[in-house]
Design a protein around this ligand. Sequence first.
Ligand SMILES: *Cc1c(COP(=O)(O)O)cnc(C)c1O
Length: 384
Amino acid sequence: MILDSINQELLTLKEKKNYRSLPQLIHNGRDVTVDGRRMLNLSSNDYLGLANEVSLREAFLKTITPETFLPTSSSSRLLTGNFTAYQELEQQLATMFGAESALLFNSGYHANTGILPAVSDARTLILADKLVHASLIDGIRLSSAKCIRYRHNDLAQLRRLLEENHGMYEKIIIVTESIFSMDGDEADLQALVRLKHDYANLLLYVDEAHAFGARGEKGLGCAEEQNCINDIDFLVGTFGKAAASAGAYIICRQTIREYLINKMRTFIFTTALPPVNIQWTAWVLKHFADFRSKREHLLQISRKLKEALTEKGYNCPSVSHIVPMVVGASEDTIRKAEELQRKGFYALPVRPPTVPEGTSRIRFSLTADITEKEIDTLIEIING
Ligand SMILES: *Cc1c(COP(=O)(O)O)cnc(C)c1O
């Protein structure tokens, strides 16, 4: 009986073309092979191209022996899982950011679903950008705070909401991403920091998942670029994208770090990441500042693609390496994605409900190991 209704729901998903299944992929460095067709991957989050850099892995492996290769922590950090590698990486991050402290998490999803419930209660108001990532939405749902979503990057509306509500709550947390994952546009962090200084009970939460590694002189993200690292109370980023690893961090004050260690369920009740993974992250981050030319190249090819799309008449709000080509109707988008794939570019369509109705798009997610020549070819196909 229960299986019948589950099957019915799956059928409905298929009818509405919203059914998801796992693609069969074979990876060959920058390329993926799907259904026997080998294509350049334009849908990866490996923004610096580090995941394909064998020399980086070779150098790292030389630092590891069978004795020091620890593939598991066997415990939560609060019990016996607190290997020295974690504290070393946290110290390294705090130093890189010039901040009081850092704390590591198993993933960005753990971070975003754990921090907000830990630091808010019924006297908290969360004001969240309409387009924040699903993990932040889930964190808000798990918290006992009241939440209002403001229109994407609409600071005038945000200011009005603050004016109306600030007296009624003990604290207000503004939640945003720095680079947004579907539009590739950016939040004005400095303007948010200015707002913060107008209210005594305001805290700022910024998710830099798409910006960490890709932006800033040292690769620390948009907060570095906009010179406001120390004005952000919860500065969160992930290692699964540009850092070619796994896990996540928060940069925060020491008091907040201690509070999270005591209150944050997705930190307390989970086995810590394998120490070898933490060591690999530390290894990559040690070289982060040296990847400046990769960041510059990434931005340059991204601008080139955006300009070509705009010239062709596509709406493209991007200011980053996430470059959407907004087509509109879902069928047209799917057709265009298939055409690109036939011609050797693995680009994927994004449709409602992931994006608003009528804004189906091909989402190019560029990486620093894509050449300018490949972008030129892509542009020719789009124009053709
Ligand atoms: C990818 C992403 C996450 C999730 O991070 P994981 O480490 O993959 O769990 C969180 N927030 C944003 C904005 C992301 O893009």
